[in-house]
Design a protein around this ligand. Sequence first.
Ligand code: FAD
Length: 295
Amino acid sequence: MSEPVPSLVRLLRAPEPTFSFEFFPPKDDEGEALLWRTIAELEPLGPSFVSVTYGAGGAGQSRTIRVTRRIAEETSLTPVGHLTVVGQSRGEIEDVLKQYAASGVRHVLALRGDPQGGPRAPWETHPDGMTHATELVELARDLGGFEIGVAAFPEGHPDCETLERDAEVLAAKHEAGASFAITQLFFRADDYFALVDRLRANGSDLPVVPGIMPVLNLNQVARMAELSGVAIPDPVLAELEPHRDDPAALRAAGIDLAVRLCRELLDGGAPGLHFYTLNRSKATREIFEQLRPRG
Ligand code: FAD
């Protein structure tokens, strides 16, 4: 008999901070080999959970399901399977939830997904599908047996009219059945704490785990930030820009910035840290090592 799957909600509400890692579904065999090496290198750190993003299109989605199932079946890690509603009927979405459940994946991150035309394109609901992540939260809740996470946006979702409305949407996801949230990448701890304050003002005590992306490559992170509608603040750029042409120095500065952000978040009461690993382990291990309490 396999071990019962631990409750993330209990871990996220415990005094000890959680540490978790995010992966994306690899595109080819080489990418898959790299991912499994990374997972093997990160597993000994004993993360509270790992999550796998939901790919776009049929092939990407089936890879997400396959990788997530393999993590559940072949490692000691607790996987969170992401799931989006974009481009799928309600029946297809329900089927993915059932596949997750059948392979022992009891945690899902319920998301809308970006429009098929790209993050800034207008949203189109599938004729038999869903419009908002809240509907997916309700579906997973009604199927039963899942702990459900959702996305949160320290700088507000790019399409949301106001930060207050954005916090109301997050509180509504909690009310619909979500029991934790993970944030979009961000660079200022104050943006995270302000989001949590707005959420609490809406009467929600949902644990919100900050998502951390260390800057190791300035162009790559600038592109990701732009796609996600996130600003890289001037003080952060001022620390990194001088190292633009020196990859080793840029990497060291990026890791130092991430460590300082993580410390500020934990000192201010964040329930844990979720690292966007980009399927590589080295930077995450270095940050983790620097944050570990010294015995
Ligand atoms: P929603 O909660 O549906 O919100 C989308 C927009 O609609 C927002 O502007 C919101 O304010 C508004 N809204 C929501 N509910 C209502 C309502 N009831 N009435 C009116 N307006 C409403 N994308 C992927 O494709 N795959 C992934 O694996 C993935 N993982 C992610 C993980 C994290 C931690 C985060 C932060 C994002 C992730 N994304 C992923 C990106 C995400 O899908 C996009 O940011 C998407 O645009 C919004 O998703 P959502 O779940 O917040 O949507």
